[in-house]
Write a protein that binds this ligand. Structure first.
Ligand SMILES: [Zn+2]
Length: 117
């Protein structure tokens, strides 16, 4: 079975994924300050409620976790590319619609599987 995706499209997807990973990693490094500052602020900003600080930190951590998951997904897509498996649904093995990949090349499944079959 041969993928419908051309070499040109494939290399476009690859650079899109690499850019995506780079952006996410840059954002994450930038927000590392936020995550640690919250802890310090609990001591230095006396009246800031502990709940607020904890909530802020939880949000920063959630964003961090979400970024890590997105980076992992993009890296998995790159790995599939290296194995010549990019563009096929990891669940059912069908082609993933090109339109779908253009929207987000890191998506691992076809629309049917993404909707839960
Ligand atoms: Zn599928």
């Amino acid at each position: 079975m041969k993928s419908m995706i051309t070499e040109t499209e494939l290399s476009a997807f690859r650079s899109q994924l690499l850019d995506f990973i780079m952006e996410l990693e840059k954002d994450d490094v930038a927000s590392t300050d936020n995550r640690s500052t919250v802890v310090l602020d609990q001591q230095s900003v006396g009246r800031l409620s502990r709940m607020d600080a904890m909530q802020q930190q939880a949000m920063a951590n959630a964003t961090h976790q979400r970024r890590l998951a997105e980076i992992a997904r993009a890296k998995a897509a790159l790995a599939r590319m290296d194995q010549g498996e990019f563009g096929w649904c990891v669940d059912c093995g069908e082609d993933i619609a090109l339109k779908r990949l253009k929207h987000d090349p890191s998506l691992p499944t076809c629309i049917t599987c993404a909707r839960g079959g």
